[in-house]
Design a binder for this molecule. Structure first.
Ligand code: ATP
Ligand code: MG
Length: 549
């Protein structure tokens, strides 16, 4: 019998709403601002919103929260759509907050007509000075008691472009003494003479987040508007606007945002990394963006699984990136093809193997999949990893060292006879003899080698550029450290090596995922061309998380 996971608090709310008849179906929304690429934190919100509506037979809208003309761009709109679909979700409708500008303007006029909003001529500094503090009430603006007709005329003039940026704002008239700072006559509209990526120059006043978000939810009849904890103090304003306007009562619920260690997760900071060229674009495989993870070789299933495992919390926490790595290993272990690749090569010469002879050996199948069998050409000269040889073997060293036996994966047992070194002390060649009776699968040698190493035939190997990644930051929480977060960038986060790959990898496609035996999981990078393979290491095989568990 499968174990039922207990409900998270949002599922409990929704089930109660359905049970009480408050809702017969649910509608959620994912509301990104198109001012950057989506990151792994967004995928938490995506999985939650789309997951809830799928579970309860509802729908999810994609709504671009595009109320800030200066930072937004259609490039971001396109990338956001692509990332959501890649994650495996499909929205019911796609909307833009800017679709509602006329309606939102109408709502603002309604508030003015009800005596619940006023035009304030104060400067931002004056407004701030009268705002009070969390422990002291604010003071009324000298413009707070303007008449309704005057406010309507001024607001019309604001829209008509008669004032400069910052000259006037529209504010809600609520309570300058409210213990909630967000309720002290919040700004609803500001003047910004800026070109908008969708509405062009039609508007020079733009609604603030708090005036656009809840009303957009209401216009779409969103039943459960799920956002992150920092919006808790905004909730009374969200409800105030809906109540005063008498529109569809969408309700806001908050959960803890996903924070991951050794990275940063705000679009503003990620944009700095891109603009200042600390990384190779938004989809750099070291970035926590969805496009970066995709380029690195993460699968949609691994990300969804990660979001599921971390669950829905009501308190902020920092998740170990090891859990994300655990999830992709778990997926790739079952699905990836196996191959041999030597990342740090040294020559191995089999002195008793006939020069020019080539044997076509067969790889062992893994996972148990006959279609995954490869032909492995074998000859007198091979490449093996430098690190698989030790001049003076340490205790419990089961790989190559003078006199020692080792099995070459899917091939023969070899014994090390001697080696060459250059003037700098680097091992440049290793000489072995092989045991002809020890062929994998038909071994009659009676010998056992304690270690098995991978190899590729020097005459047949293909050369490739292989990119090995480490964490982008050297500290767990760069955003919370003193000074510029960029000063904590790990200078060794990218290592590029020239590797030798088994020839079957010449046919790799972008969709393929490989385990390079003993070296980790790899995929083809977008920079690869038919004559120039480039591979990214998605993740190593080392599983720190599994051990900690
Ligand atoms: P950032 O700080 O990265 O710019 P944001 O919250 O401003 O993020 P939006 O585009 O406004 O980005 O976010 C769209 C949705 O994704 C919002 O509902 C937001 O709450 C959610 N979201 C953003 N970051 C996270 C996160 N780290 N964890 C969970 N949800 C997130
Ligand atoms: Mg935002």
């Amino acid at each position: 019998m499968s174990e039922e996971k207990s409900l998270n608090f949002l599922e409990e709310i929704i089930e109660a709403d359905i049970a009480s008849g408050k809702h017969t179906s649910i509608l959620t929304r994912f509301p990104p601002e198109p001012n950057g690429y989506l990151h792994i934190g967004h995928s938490k919100s995506i999985c939650l919103n789309f997951g809830l509506s799928a579970r309860y037979g509802g729908k999810t809208n994609l709504r671009f929260d595009d109320t800030n003309p200066v930072t937004e761009d259609t490039e971001y709109v396109e990338s956001i759509k692509e990332d959501i679909q890649w994650l495996g979700f499909q929205w019911a409708d796609v909307f833009y907050a800017s679709d509602y500008f006329e309606q939102l303007y109408g709502f603002a006029v309604q508030l003015i007509e009800k005596g619940l909003a006023y035009v304030d001529d104060s400067s931002p500094e004056q407004i701030a000075a009268l705002k009070g503090t969390p422990t002291e009430p604010g003071k009324d603006s000298p413009f707070r008691n303007r008449g309704i007709e005057e406010n309507l005329a001024l607001f019309t003039a604001m829209r008509a472009g008669q004032y400069k940026d910052g000259e006037k704002v529209l504010r809600a008239k609520i309570d300058m003494a409210s213990p909630n700072m967000h309720m002290r006559d919040p700004i609803l509209y500001r003047i910004k003479h800026a070109h908008h990526h969708r509405t062009g120059d039609a508007w020079c006043i733009y609604p603030m987040y708090d005036f656009a978000h809840g009303q957009s939810d209401s216009i779409e009849k969103i039943t459960h508007s799920i956002c992150t904890l920092e919006f808790i103090p905004h909730r009374p304003l969200y409800e105030w606007c809906i109540d005063q306007l008498g529109i569809y009562p969408s309700r806001q619920y908050e959960f803890a945002r996903l924070n991951l260690n050794y990275t940063v997760m705000s679009k503003r900071k990620l944009l700095q990394l891109v603009n200042e060229k600390h990384v190779d674009g938004w989809d750099d495989p070291r970035m926590p963006t969805i496009s970066g993870l995709r380029r690195r070789g993460y699968t949609p299933a691994s990300i969804r699984n990660f979001c599921d495992r971390i669950g829905v919390a009501k308190r902020d926490n920092l998740i170990d990136v090891g859990l994300l790595e655990f999830c992709i290993r778990e997926d790739l272990n079952l699905t990836s093809k196996r191959a041999m690749a030597v990342l740090d090569p040294v020559k191995l010469i089999i002195t008793n193997y006939e020069a020019g002879k080539v044997e076509e050996l067969t790889s062992e199948n893994y996972p148990d999949n006959a279609a995954d069998t490869r032909v492995l050409p074998f000859g007198r000269e091979l490449w093996i990893e430098q690190e698989d040889f030790m001049e003076v073997p340490a205790k419990k060293w089961f790989r190559l060292a003078p006199g020692m036996l080792v099995r070459l994966k899917s091939a023969y047992i070899v014994q090390c006879e001697s080696f060459d070194k250059d003037d700098a002390g680097n091992v440049t060649a290793i000489y072995c003899t092989y045991i002809p009776e020890s062929k994998s699968g038909q071994d009659s040698s009676g010998l056992t080698a304690k270690g098995t190493i991978h190899w590729v035939s020097a005459a047949h190997a293909i050369q490739a550029e292989v990119r090995l990644y480490e964490r982008l930051f050297g500290v767990e929480n760069p955003a919370s450290e003193e000074g510029d977060f960029k000063s904590y960038i790990n200078p060794d986060s990218l290592k590029v090596v020239t590797a030798y790959l088994e020839p079957s990898l010449a046919n790799a496609t972008a969709a393929d995922r490989f385990q390079f035996i003993r070296k980790g999981y790899f995929c083809l990078d977008k920079m690869a061309t038919p004559g120039y393979p480039v591979f990214n290491r998605t993740v190593t095989l080392k599983d720190a998380w599994g051990k900690i568990k």
